[in-house]
Design a protein around this ligand. Sequence first.
Ligand code: HEM
Length: 144
Amino acid sequence: MQISNKYSHSEITLHTSKKDCWLVIHGKVYDVTTFLEDHPGGEDVLLHASASGDATQSFEDVGHSSAATSLMEGYLIGVVEGYNGGSGGAPKAREGGAMRARAMQERGPPSSNFLDYILPLFILAVAFGAWYYLTHYAHDKATY
Ligand code: HEM
């Protein structure tokens, strides 16, 4: 990787095609041309992010795994000229991945929680029914 290379914004905007695609993430420039077809999220999102000028927000929004952030280091070609916001290193991957957290929210609580709640109620209802039946039965026997 040639991290010492500095690229101007006008230079970066020249590389937004399928045959030559660069991404800017956290002030670093990545040449993802050879990665387009292999990207699990598809090549269209990368091309779109490339054309937008700065892919940082879209990259972060997806909540890429730490595997993804270490993979991207292999595509690093330099930094954006004049960028001084980065403290170096790959951007932090959110623990566990935001995608998974989102999936958990959409799915709701696991179904076992529902059973945990309904089962004691069911047992209580059966016990009450048995008690009610037995007390009335015993009463009937005593009166007749
Ligand atoms: C060099 C840059 C990038 C690399 C190395 C990379 C790598 C990966 C990898 C390994 C995954 C699989 C899931 C994971 O491990 O997190 C993934 C998924 C994905 N990525 Fe990227 N990615 C990059 C940039 C981007 C950008 C800029 C976007 C912009 C929107 C993006 C959108 C997505 C989407 C939508 C998924 C699929 C999520 C899913 O369906 O679960 N990626 N990427």
